[in-house]
Design a protein around this ligand. Structure first.
Ligand code: HEC
Ligand code: HEC
Length: 162
């Protein structure tokens, strides 16, 4: 994961995130799964992700990350994300099987985008900050990026920052 510092413009996103609350459906509690659409495994414990081998990480992505995040993205924009797969996040990283993140196939972020987001980008930025970032952080058992938590899970865990 990439560490981001000196990016105080992330603050605006955090404020948005706080205002909207991080609430969304839980991913099911460790082990059971509470219904047919719930993945069998829940969010990881702190530190757990880093201790997993590549195969276990891949399995966790399949069982938990993909279904949970697919639901989030499709609730936000069913049309654009009708076809939501590993590739939506990993791009060509699925072809070489590295799944390396952040991945340059995702839209590149710029300081300008944070400071002065174009009108058409605002709903997506809001969704990213209030849903995608906190949900992924929760699933991976990581703290969310913030100015006080610079090693947390942030936008640049997925997107390359110019
Ligand atoms: C919502 C976005 C998203 C989706 C969908 C997703 N992943 Fe990931 N994946 C990530 C992120 C972010 C990381 C890096 C986590 C970290 O370490 O910061 C990652 C990491 C991984 C890794 C570990 C990579 C490494 O560096 O060793 C594997 C393997 C992986 N994903 C496989 C998959 C597979 C297989 C799927 C589909 C079943 C999938 N992912 C779907 C976001 C996603
Ligand atoms: C878990 C991975 C992940 C994280 C974390 C993440 N994004 Fe994204 N982002 C995506 C994916 C996947 C897309 C959709 C790409 C597509 O349409 O194929 C996307 C799309 C976008 C877009 C839309 C660009 C366009 O061309 O419409 C913007 C803007 C964006 N993200 C900004 C952010 C910001 C700001 C943050 C942090 C608050 C963030 N993202 C965090 C995965 C992520």
């Amino acid at each position: 994961m990439r560490i981001v510092n000196h990016r105080s413009f992330f603050l605006s996103i955090l404020v948005l995130a706080a205002a909207c609350g991080g609430k969304s459906t839980p991913a099911g509690g460790g082990g059971g799964g509470t219904g047919p659409t719930e993945p069998a495994l829940g969010p990881l414990a702190p530190g757990q992700w880093a201790s997993m081998d590549h195969e276990a990480q891949e399995e966790f992505m399949k069982q938990v990350v993909l279904p949970t995040m697919k639901a989030e993205f499709q609730a936000f924009d069913p049309e654009r994300f009708a076809d939501f797969t590993c590739k939506t996040c990993h791009g060509s990283g699925i072809d070489d099987h590295t799944y390396k993140m952040p991945h340059p196939d995702l839209p590149e972020l710029t300081g300008e985008l944070f400071q002065n987001p174009p009108e058409e980008a605002k709903p997506m930025m809001e969704f990213m900050g209030s849903k995608v970032k906190p949900k992924m952080a929760e699933l991976l058992g990581m703290p969310e990026w913030s100015p006080e938590q610079q090693d947390g899970f942030g936008c640049t865990a997925c997107h390359v920052m110019k």
